[in-house]
Design a protein around this ligand. Structure first.
Ligand code: WT7
Length: 631
């Protein structure tokens, strides 16, 4: 197993080494894995094209490192613990040997169904162990997985399947989330009406609710598994072969298929997992994120398994049957490291302390947060009520595109400051740039967060459209990777993320493109144009505020709003539904036709008293109308 930093002094030394000689630093980290063939060159890079290659010439399979490599020392250790949605249902767990066998078996199922190296396979599943098994089985045969969060509706699902030209979909009859049952297979059927690339659908039976099975296309997981062997030889992959695609929202309406590759992602997911959380042998690690997001990829599946940890997967939601569910699960499995989102903390804090009290949380050693800035009040509540004042909180900043954690404390090692992601991990070289692209030196500065040197987990391309990757991340500031975040480096050199500076918003930790929501709203027959902005929301971080222009006046505006919500729900999914919809006569546009979102953001945030410079507006009266009716 790889090494772990043990003191702040060591962190400083390791950081320095990683900057002075990145190749020998990462080369040393990569030594501890099973490689079929060692790499020829640690790093080759060019941030203009962009073209980044880690461990070129190296051959490996990541699942051999997640599973086979552990069989000699930890075959009977629990690899995955699963807690169902309903506490009355029995949980499950798989040892490293069992998980290895199930992954091999399902890898054979995939091959028996015609899948091969390089194929794209969409996984649209509830949070059951078979979701992790499907992910790993794809990686085992060299198929590129594209997991789509099972909260997405059919419109988002079909566009993702189509963009990657997936040949197969792995799904379930349905899934449970709190008191709700979601008919996943029916959503897949709907999505596939528009996707011709899909030849096979494998359906895991979770709820037992009736589904339609398309003859010649659909087949049951259990029928296929019964025919398959548990021995499977892993496909030999090049370090730079694609491992997975994961879609993320961007400034335009179309999501981007972020591509990660085998070697660098593996080294980075594992290195960051062990060091940030200060993982100890035998720890039970619980990341509450869904595998449909990058956090679930890196810190529920790959990172913990690479490290030989016990990873916990929870099918349900934090507030069902009541707001004590998370704390009950921690108590039940004696969780040592707990990793969740600020939005969950804020919503549970709002429920009051009584839901925490019944449970023993003294197994906890480390707490973590991810996905959005954590406000000081939520930080303190988490620290006192959950960590009982003795667990460090790692506020981990990273992105789908970075593959793993980039700026974060090392638990128990880095001195903490609430609201700060603190310091860059070894190998991470942040830079703050001003609006003119000038790098801000020294401390006590605020600017746009960029990276000036590659790390092994960096995005390689956006699937099928390399130009988009270049334009989105490498074009704004020449020679830098641009994150899209604003950031402050304080007097101590500590980093504080201030939020997005582009047209995406963070709603309950989910990244949503405002253009994507606008496109969905515009599908409503009566809506001709819309503009969506975020506004500060006490629980969700950002709420969604939609301004819509109607084709003709509607007397029943409330009914119209309900229909508009349902339209977004059907196309994108429930989490993209606006919190507020305001019908307007016009939008504040410049003479060249550009919507002045800055003005809308101010109005949505309830701060319309000072709108700044409005001299370029085509029709200033529009703004007065909007202000008068703002919610
Ligand atoms: C964006 C990336 C990282 C995995 C989950 C989200 C925001 C993320 C933090 C943090 C403040 C954060 C940024 C970033 N973000 N972590 N600790 N503090 N902001 O991945 O959906 O790709 O979103 O999430 O704005 O750019 P993602």
């Amino acid at each position: 197993m790889g090494t772990r930093i043990n003191s702040f002094e060591e962190y400083l030394q390791e950081y320095k080494r990683s900057v002075d000689d990145p190749e020998s630093f990462w080369g040393r980290q990569a030594e501890s894995y099973t490689w079929t063939k060692k790499w020829d060159r640690v790093l080759g890079w060019d941030f203009v094209k962009p073209d980044v290659k880690w461990f070129s010439g190296g051959k490996l399979n990541i699942t051999e490192n997640c599973l086979d490599r552990h069989l000699s020392a930890r075959a009977s250790q629990q690899a995955l613990i699963w807690e169902p949605n309903n506490p009355a249902e029995k949980g499950r767990s798989l040892t490293y040997r069992e998980l290895y066998e199930e992954v091999c078996r399902f890898a054979n199922v995939l091959r028996n169904n015609g899948a091969k190296k390089g194929d794209r396979i969409c996984i649209y599943m509830p949070m059951v162990p078979e979701l992790a098994i499907a992910v790993l089985a794809c990686a085992r045969i060299g198929a590129i997985h594209s997991v789509v969060f099972a909260g997405f509706a059919s419109g988002s699902l079909s566009s993702r399947i189509d963009d990657a030209q997936c040949s197969m979909v792995i799904t379930a009859d349905g899934g449970y989330r709190g008191a709700k049952e979601i008919a996943l297979k029916a959503i897949v059927d709907d999505a596939l009406a528009k996707c011709v690339s899909v030849k096979r659908v494998i359906v895991y039976k979770r709820t037992g609710s009736p589904v339609q099975m398309a003859e010649g296309r659909d087949t049951w997981w259990h029928d296929e598994a019964a025919k398959a062997d548990t021995r499977n030889t892993a496909e030999v992959m090049d370090a730079e072969d694609m491992l997975f695609i994961l879609y993320t929202s961007g400034s335009t309406g179309k999501p981007k298929g972020v591509v990660h590759t085998c070697g660098g992602y593996m080294v980075y997911a594992d290195y960051t997992f062990r060091n940030v959380f200060q993982y100890n042998e035998g720890d039970v690690f619980w990341c509450t994120a869904d595998v449909g997001w990058v956090t679930g990829h890196s810190y529920l599946v790959y990172g913990p398994l690479l490290a030989g940890a016990t990873t916990l997967m929870f099918e349900g939601i934090p507030t069902w049957p009541d707001a004590g569910r998370f704390w009950q699960v921690i108590d039940k499995y004696k969780v040592n490291i707990f990793y969740t989102a600020p939005t969950a903390i804020r919503s549970l804090e709002a429920m009051g302390p009584d839901f925490v009290k019944p449970y023993r949380l003294d197994s906890l050693r480390v707490l973590g947060t991810v996905g959005e800035p954590i406000n000081e009040e939520a930080w303190q509540w988490y620290h006192e009520n959950i960590g009982k004042g003795k667990c460090p909180i790692v506020d981990t900043w990273w992105q789908t595109e970075t593959g793993g954690i980039m700026i974060s404390p090392l638990a128990g090692i880095t001195p903490l400051k609430p609201g700060f992601a603190t310091l860059p991990l070894p190998g991470v070289q942040p830079a703050l740039l001003d609006e003119n692209g000038k790098e801000l030196e020294g401390n006590g500065v605020e600017g746009r967060l960029c990276m000036k040197f590659p790390w092994p987990g960096i995005i390689r391309t956006t699937y099928g459209d390399h130009e988009r990757c270049r334009a989105a991340y490498f074009d704004t500031y020449k020679g830098y990777y641009f994150t899209g975040d604003g950031c402050r480096r304080d007097e101590d050199g500590y980093y504080r993320i201030t939020g997005r500076v582009d047209d995406v918003i963070k709603v309950s930790g989910h990244l949503l493109g405002t253009a994507e929501i606008e496109n969905a709203l515009n599908q409503h027959a009566d809506i001709v144009e819309s503009a969506v902005v975020g506004f500060p929301h006490p629980i969700k971080g950002s709420g969604i505020y939609a301004f819509v222009i109607l084709e003709h006046e509607r007397k029943d505006e409330e009914a119209l709003k309900k229909e508009a919500l349902e339209t977004v729900n059907k196309i994108m999914g429930p989490f993209a539904r606006p919190d507020k919809i305001q019908v307007v006569r016009g939008l504040p546009k410049t003479r060249s036709g550009k919507i002045m979102r800055r003005i809308l953001r101010k109005i949505a945030g309830g701060d319309a008293s000072n709108l700044g410079d409005t001299s370029t507006l085509l029709d200033p009266a529009v703004v007065e109308d909007i202000k008068a009716e703002a919610q």
